[in-house]
Design a protein around this ligand. Sequence first.
Ligand code: MG
Ligand code: MG
Ligand code: MG
Length: 307
Amino acid sequence: MSIYVTGHKNPDTDSVTAAIAYAALLKAQGEDAIPSRQGEMNPETVTVLERFGVSAPEIMTDATGKTIALVDHNDLLQAPDNLDANNVVAIVDHHKMGDVTTNNPLFCCLKPVGCTGTILKQLYDIEGVAVDTKVAGLMLSAILSDTVNFKSPTCTDEDKKAVAELKEIAGVSDTDELFMAMLKAKSSVDGVPARDLLNRDYKDFDMNGKKVGCGQLELATVDQVAAIRDDLLNAMKEQKGEGGHHTILLMLTDVVKEGTELVVVSDDPSIIEGAFDAKLDGTSMWIPGMMSRKKQVVPTLQKAFGC
Ligand code: MG
Ligand code: MG
Ligand code: MG
């Protein structure tokens, strides 16, 4: 039985590359593994796959009848449709423990590091499997992306060690240049519909029975979206109406200034103000130092929603 390896819905670079890297590791261990993804790739991921000459994994959105390994997530809302507790044989992730359960023993490796790619490098080492040159380039890119070139508070020494080793294998001498090429691709907003931008890196969460969505755009400067602010706000309202959300947030993260303008559309904006101890100026507020949804937004919101 083939094992389909997949990252989360609205795949980011880590989700796509971790699926490729973990499938390759499973194959090296004699398993029949197929890397997959749950949707279209973002421009950053397209750039990364092109640069290292790797083709895109196939799309897989329905887990019915399939054996599944999850990477870069372990929340049902982000997993393939119809995932059931008999499907899942492995989880490799760097997020909080979610609500995926299994009926059988599984391989599970969750670590509080900056990127799934870092954990995978460690698993390769534990298994004594050499990382393929191209795959090393993908894993390296994912770590730089997820840790925002080491600036995110999620970044650990383990991530830096993995980058140092992977760049040697991949033959990449200048990781800053690689990061800037990725940032250029990921922050391009020209001609992209606002709804697509909102969903480029977006996740839904169940917070004490309330549906809360949070998107993030990593930008070289917040000015990049100056002309489309109203469009983004309308896209958030539209999505909230259709999805029955309590709250939708959009993080406009300025990678250079190292902070986030948090745009808020909510049934009760005071919860969000209270959570971040900041006041909304219209529909948004600037939060210095905020870079990470996983570490700085989700836990704070969960507390505010009484989870
Ligand atoms: Mg991810
Ligand atoms: Mg990740
Ligand atoms: Mg990310």
